[in-house]
Structure formats: C-alpha cells, structure tokens
Design a protein around this ligand. Structure first.
Ligand code: FE2
Length: 189
C-alpha cells in the first residue's frame, strides 16, 4: 500500500513546537529548522495556493500567514514579491529561516557599524548580495540585517519561518542613507 509522504504546513508547525521545546539556542534552532523548510520549499505542490501570490501594491509584497501559535510564536508565512520591489534593510527580532519557492530573489546582507546605543540611529554597510533560488535556504539570527528584492520581471514567492510573528517581535527597519532606525511593521493577509 502506498504511503503518502506529503509534508505540509501542519507537519512543519508540529516539528517547530518540538524543536522549540528542546532548545532555546537560536543557532541550533535554525540549523534544525533549515532542512524542514527546504523540504517544504522543494515540495510546494503539497501546500501552495494561488492566493499566496497576491501582493499588496503599496507595500510591494504580500505577506500570507500560514501558521502561528496562539501567543504569536512560531510563525510561518508565504511572501509574494512584486517585480522591481522589495524591503528596506531590516532585522527580525527573532530567529528566521527563509527558503525560495518560485523565482529568484535577491538577498542583500548588511552589517551594523555603530554600537546601537543611540535611539533611532544606525550606521549600515552592505556586505554582499546573494541570489536565493527555489529550494535554497537562508538562516538569520535575531539581529542579522538583510533586505529582499525581486529583480525579476514576474512575481516571486518564498517561505518564511520565524520564532515569533514579525509584528509581535521587537524589530527594526533601517535607512542606510539617513541612518534612521525605526519600527518595521508589515501588512499581513
Ligand atoms: Fe527579512
């Protein structure tokens, strides 16, 4: 008898709960979560929906919540990106594991140069740019800073998993030119 090997969002959520119960070490969490997110990203036919491609024109991307715990921990999102749009540099205030699902996305990594003691002020320097392809996984610790950009000519989609829902974590967006740091909230569908 054939046994289904489909691994879906509910399976990932159950694995996230187990991992979060077993360790509070962010580095260990992202190492263990990475292969699970990659599995979902490479088998998107098991969970993807056309509505996840919907984007918010003002924001430049569409954030679709697929799972969170009742206290807003362990959040899973599908994020769709309009061509030529993206995010400002930002951190997450929690661990993050992101995998490409459909299309190539440009990931820009930034380094913070100041000591973070002046409220609302941050000096940033670009470190590198990486093209994140479908099935490729990237992991971020809570204060890592990156930006995402869709340099292609069609909507791209990626799968984002966080220790906490991003509008409930203490995190920032940055303007490298003006050196301003401010709260980063996103519109979630
Ligand atoms: Fe991010």
């Amino acid at each position: 008898m054939a046994v289904s090997s489909a691994y879906g969002i509910a399976d990932l959520a159950a694995d996230l709960r187990r991992i979060a119960d077993e360790t509070q070490d962010d580095g260990e969490i992202v190492r263990r979560v990475g292969p699970l997110v990659e599995r979902l990203a490479r088998n998107s036919e098991d969970w993807i929906s056309q509505e996840y491609y919907r984007c918010d024109r003002d924001q430049g991307f569409g954030v679709h919540l697929l799972h969170e715990e009742p206290n807003h921990d362990l959040a899973i999102f599908a994020v769709a990106w309009l061509p030529g749009r993206g995010t400002p540099p930002h951190d997450h205030g929690t661990w993050a594991v992101v995998a490409g699902v459909d299309g190539d996305e440009t990931n820009i990594n930034w380094k913070r140069l100041d000591d973070g003691t002046t409220p609302g002020y941050a000096e940033l320097e670009e470190v590198n740019r990486v093209i994140a392809r479908p099935g490729q996984v990237m992991a971020f610790l809570p204060r890592d800073i990156h930006a995402v950009w869709n340099d292609t000519d069609r909507i791209t989609l990626s799968l984002h998993v966080y220790g906490r829902h991003l509008n409930h974590s203490d995190r920032s967006q940055f303007d490298p030119k003006t050196r301003r740091e401010e709260r980063f909230l996103v519109k979630v569908e």
